[in-house]
Design a binder for this molecule. Structure first.
Ligand code: DGL
Length: 257
């Protein structure tokens, strides 16, 4: 058995590109549907109920209208807040959820000073607390980057640089590992390096892509078509011009790494 149905991806905007671009390399013969919920960006400061309700609406769209065979929550905040609810409700559809790659630090460089950057929503979540205390290395700082995903989403380059200089200044020269615990942050790696220098970056995109492949293989849901992948991209911005702009940026970023 195989399945020609698409795989649904969801993020509060363009950030999930850092995940889907890894997935298409690992699973190049699949069809994808990506929902960029930029009208509701940022998720990071919203209350649990709001995030759960929005993720429910979007998962319903992907499962029941777009017939997605699996859902990837390409947003750490949505994963932290909504994955349990979604898994309980959509029992027939595998839901794969990203989380900050703190375990990777434990596996690869546990002794280095580690800075975990994520939204406040992710860092305050029960799901993250469990992960953090399981792999705690006695040498980690957590930094809630309020407003950072918005600057990346809106491509405010100058403000982004100022934000990072202001918020990362105290960590200069001290950090070996940086966990990019929000899917928007890999888009600002170069700017983070400008402040922190040559650090090791960790993010959950590869892990989630491997998990997606594992789940589809186990459930016999891989697409056996020979053609290259396709992506249907939908953005929730208010105007068609803004939606077009997001789409262009998404496909430009898909070609980069
Ligand atoms: N990209 C999302 C994440 O991974 C969140 C950005 C936001 O606050 O909307 O957490």
């Amino acid at each position: 058995m195989s399945s020609s149905k698409p795989i649904g991806f969801l993020d509060s905007g363009i950030g999930g590109i850092s995940v889907i671009r890894k997935a298409v390399r690992l699973l190049p013969n699949e069809d994808y549907f990506f929902f960029s919920d930029s009208v509701n960006n940022p998720y990071g400061d919203k209350c649990d109920e709001e995030i759960i309700s929005r993720c429910d609406e979007l998962t319903d769209l992907m499962v029941n209208k777009k017939s997605c065979k699996a859902i990837v929550l390409a947003c750490n905040t949505a994963s932290a807040k909504a994955v349990s609810f979604l898994r309980e409700k959509y029992t027939d559809t595998p839901i794969i959820a990203i989380e900050p790659a703190y375990k990777m630090v434990h596996d690869y460089n546990p002794d280095g000073f580690t800075l975990v950057m994520a939204t406040r929503g992710t860092l305050e979540s029960e799901k993250f607390h469990k992960l953090f205390y399981t792999y705690y290395n006695n040498n980690t700082s957590l930094l809630a980057c309020v407003g950072l995903a918005d600057l990346i989403e809106q491509e405010k380059k100058e403000e982004l640089r100022e934000y990072l200089e202001r918020n990362l200044h105290d960590y200069k020269g001290k950090v070996s590992n940086v966990v990019l615990g929000c899917t928007h942050y890999p888009l600002a790696k170069a700017e983070i390096k400008e402040v922190l220098g040559d650090v090791n970056f960790f993010d959950g995109a590869d892990g989630v892509s491997r998990q997606l492949k594992r789940v589809l293989t186990e459930k016999d849901l891989l697409n056996n078509k020979k053609d290259k992948f396709t992506i249907e991209f939908v953005d929730s911005s208010e105007t068609p011009e803004q939606q077009e702009q997001k789409k262009k940026r998404f496909f430009d970023l898909l070609r980069e790494d």
